[in-house]
Ligand binder design. Structure first.
Ligand SMILES: Cc1ncc(COP(=O)(O)O)c(C=O)c1O
Length: 411
């Protein structure tokens, strides 16, 4: 039996696998992945190995720490404290205290609990097409299938806000949602949103719109939680997506790239919020706040800083987006948007509407051509290019060469 058949048997046929013809990977180096047939793929999808696959500095730091000590977080450890202080210092005031966890899901749920404790309210506001994690509490905020419409609760404590589309102001949807939660007597604990609306397909936010959202939610007695699981760690060309989008959250949630593949997530907030959370919950997470996580996290920050990625990311991202826009290979490639090295390109049907099926075919064709990309947005029609942060201009040009052929061949 092939590995694929055995995979399906042991994990169940519904277990998610990318591509019509799944790939069996055996190795990775930098922005390249290698399959079991010796074929290589340019990785324009993966954000967790943010500083490149098998980054030697991450490998060395994690291996050395693993060979010295790895233990749960109820001991004092200098490296863990050093890392926490260094990470907090990258954030805006007053975000200065941390809770560590292992996944974005866990960290988002910590943030939700913090917000409920701080405000005494129970309502949450999320955006259409959002994804924030797979647990019961945070899972209520997901809207992958477009279940949440303006003011239409899918959960008594959750309201969804339609995405901005040029004619519709995002902030008006937030105001409606706050009103609806107040009328229901629940009140708003927090707006929880990705700072750059990444999974949502990067719809354009008007300048100052997120800052207005913060003002509104504060006036209603709630907090602003920035989900930085996609947006954080320099993806936008700023350390944090909230800096890119011009707002100041009360709580920021980090994950995915934080440990370059070592499961690591965190919540940063003002010290009072963290103290209240600690004293009310006695939160403990076996694999969180460990020396190996800190070693990986330190190496990630080192590489981002030492390799000048904060400068490189917007240059490469803007080049990718501008070149795609100019390619003109087909009129079915609609708007192309980017936030640093996160590029979303709408794929349209012949009538100009979103074409999710066609976009899926393009992702499969790109895979066959040796380039890995993904899909995003409310209709699954947004081609998502979100490579490791170390993606260079030369990598971008290689990607563009392949994409121009793939797109030209799409009918
Ligand atoms: C914005 C956002 N928040 C939270 C999560 C959940 O993170 P995890 O899969 O680590 O639980 C994800 C995962 O894709 C995400 O994209």
């Amino acid at each position: 039996m092939t590995s694929l058949a055995r995979h399906k048997q042991v994990f169940g046929h519904g277990a998610p696998l990318f591509y019509d013809e799944p790939i069996e990977l055996v190795g990775g180096e930098g922005v390249w992945l290698f399959d079991s047939d010796g074929r290589r793929y340019l990785d324009a999808y993966n954000n967790v190995p943010c500083v490149g696959h098998a980054n030697p500095r991450v490998v060395a730091a994690v291996s050395a720490q693993m060979a010295t000590l790895q233990v749960h977080g109820r001991y004092v450890h200098g490296l863990v404290v050093d890392y926490a202080e260094r990470l907090a210092a990258l954030h805006a005031e007053p975000l200065s205290a941390l809770v560590f966890a292992c996944s974005g899901t866990e960290a988002d749920e910590v943030a939700m609990t913090m917000a409920r404790l701080a405000t005494g309210n129970r309502g949450f506001i999320t955006s259409e097409a959002a994804y924030h994690g797979n647990n019961t509490d945070v899972g209520r905020l997901n809207d992958i299938g477009g279940r949440v419409g303006a003011g239409k609760p899918v959960d008594p404590e959750v309201r969804g806000v339609p995405l901005p589309d040029g004619s519709r102001r995002f902030v008006d949807g937030v105001a409606d949602a706050i009103r609806s939660l107040d009328e229901a007597g629940i009140g708003v604990a927090a707006v929880l949103m990705c700072s750059i609306l990444a999974n949502e397909g990067l719809p354009p936010l008007a300048a100052g719109e997120m800052a207005e959202v913060v003002e509104l939610v504060h006036a209603a007695g709630g907090l602003m939680i920035a989900d930085e699981v996609q947006a954080g760690f320099a993806r936008s060309g700023c350390w944090w997506g909230y800096e890119y989008s011009g707002f100041e959250p009360d709580i920021a949630v980090m994950g995915k790239p934080m440990g370059a593949g070592i499961p690591f997530s965190g919540v940063v907030a003002a010290a009072e919020l963290v103290e209240r959370f600690r004293s009310s919950t006695r939160y403990f997470n076996t694999f969180a706040a460990t020396p190996v996580q800190a070693a990986a996290g330190m190496a990630v920050i080192d590489v981002i800083e030492d390799e000048g990625l904060l400068d490189q990311i917007p240059r490469v991202g803007d080049h990718l987006a501008a070149s795609l826009r100019e390619m003109g290979v087909t009129d079915r490639l609609g708007e192309v948007r980017n936030v640093g090295l996160f590029v979303g390109a709408d794929w349209l049907d012949h009538d100009g509407g979103p074409d999710g099926e066609g976009a899926r075919a393009i992702v499969n064709a790109a895979r066959q051509a040796g380039v890995l990309i993904g899909l995003d947005g409310p209709h699954g029609h947004v081609l998502k290019l979100r490579p490791p942060l170390v993606f260079s201009m030369a990598d971008a040009d290689h990607l563009l060469d392949v994409m121009s052929l793939v797109l030209a061949a799409a009918k």
